[in-house]
Ligand binder design. Structure first.
Ligand SMILES: NC(=O)C1=CN([C@@H]2O[C@H](COP(=O)(O)OP(=O)(O)OC[C@H]3O[C@@H](n4cnc5c(N)ncnc54)[C@H](OP(=O)(O)O)[C@@H]3O)[C@@H](O)[C@H]2O)C=CC1
Ligand SMILES: N[C@@H](CC(=O)OP(=O)(O)O)C(=O)O
Length: 332
């Protein structure tokens, strides 16, 4: 990158926001100045960046004056209200919410897949849904080789996908159950400790949830593949961090496992961990805090024509959110 950028993070105190700080540090992003924005509840809190305390300020329209890049991660309604203000002030917005992902003039980007789309932005660039981004890291190299038609998938989504308070809810419920105390729930509709909940996001009339349809809708835009079909069941599991997805994919061309492995090995940001003899496959515990995603359990699908089934894991706070956003910023 050829210059230093004045950065704002909207939602800096959130589960994704704090990771954005860490990713900017780790990747040595050229930061000229940093403004941390959150709700009035966080005003005056400090977060550290490169060893220095930075005070969190309340979000307000004037906060974007002199900002080059605004990383938004405070939910869709905040993005809808403030992203246009930031653009008007001269900033490029990289938005982590779902607010603009289907807007025609807003590129929706996983840099390893369609990084070139960043060049077409008109002020706002959208970061995809976390489960979609992680799945595409494994699916896209296979698609390039064999041309994907459709997938069937189930996700195993960590509680931190629902934000910092959801993480705390699981911690408290685990303690309560261990001590035989009544559990309290606020974020999830049911007890999540020692349970799985087959609902992420709200239901549509079709019976799918909004989260489930993101795979097809966002996958089509990112892969430039309007015919792509995805039937997905999204499930919340009592894992703190890192999502997993079990995928069965059907392709147009004949598939071989050898070529599938080669394609994944040659793709950046994803590793192949697939040695069933030694019970080696990726698990969320191993990928929490890691930039790379991983694929395992690769096999010829026994029910689909030209089908491959696989299991993919990735840290949704990183590749599904903060890392992907910073990688987009690196392309500006
Ligand atoms: N968690 C994840 O894995 C992923 C999340 N996302 C998306 O990222 C966004 C943030 O998610 P996440 O970090 O998990 O959420 P959190 O609930 O952990 O954090 C929300 C952030 O938004 C801030 N915020 C809330 N209300 C306001 C307000 N009125 N004005 C200014 N700031 C406000 C909060 O500030 P305060 O602390 O002061 O309340 C906090 O910094 C969401 O759009 C989510 O859908 C996308 C992919 C993955
Ligand atoms: N819904 C995801 C995280 C998320 O915030 O997704 P989105 O950015 O598409 O709303 C999860 O709970 O795991």
């Amino acid at each position: 990158m050829s210059r230093d950028y004045r950065i704002a993070i909207v939602g800096a105190t959130g589960a994704v926001g704090v990771e954005m700080l860490r990713v900017l540090e780790r990747r040595n992003f050229p930061v000229a100045s940093l403004r941390l924005l959150a709700s009035p509840r966080s005003s005056g809190k400090t977060l550290t960046f490169r060893g220095k305390d930075v005070v969190v300020e309340p979000l307000q329209p004037s906060a974007f004056a002199g900002i080059d890049i605004a990383l938004f991660s405070a939910g869709g309604s905040i993005s809808k209200e403030y992203a246009p203000v930031a653009v008007e002030s001269g900033a490029v917005v990289i938005d982590n919410s779902s607010a603009f992902r289907q807007h025609e003039n807003v590129p929706l980007v996983v840099p390893e897949v369609n990084g070139a789309d960043v060049a077409h932005h008109k002020g706002i660039i959208a970061n995809p849904n976390c489960t979609t981004a992680i799945t595409l890291m494994a699916l896209y190299p296979l698609h390039k080789k064999f041309r994907v038609k459709r997938i069937f998938a189930s996700s195993y989504q960590a509680v931190s996908g629902a934000g910092a308070r959801a993480l705390e809810e699981l911690r408290l419920q685990v303690k309560a159950v261990a001590n035989d105390l009544p559990i309290e729930k606020e974020i999830f509709p049911h007890q999540i400790a020692f349970n799985v909940i087959p609902q992420v996001d709200s239901f549509l009339d079709t019976g799918y949830t909004k989260e489930e349809m993101k795979m097809q809708n966002e996958g089509r835009r990112i892969m430039h593949l309007p015919t792509f079909k995805a039937s997905v069941t999204c499930v919340r599991v009592p894992v703190y961090r890192a999502h997993s997805v079990a995928v069965s994919a059907e392709f147009e061309r004949p598939v071989t496992l050898h070529e599938a492995r080669e394609a994944i090995n040659a793709f950046p940001g994803i590793e192949l961990r697939d040695d069933t003899a030694s019970r080696d496959y990726p698990m969320p515990l191993d990928y929490a805090g890691k930039d790379d995603c991983a694929v395992g359990r690769l096999r010829l699908d026994c029910a689909l024509e030209n089908g491959i089934s696989f299991w993919v894991c990735g840290d949704q706070l990183l590749k599904g959110a903060a890392l992907n956003a910073v990688q987009i910023a690196e392309l500006l």
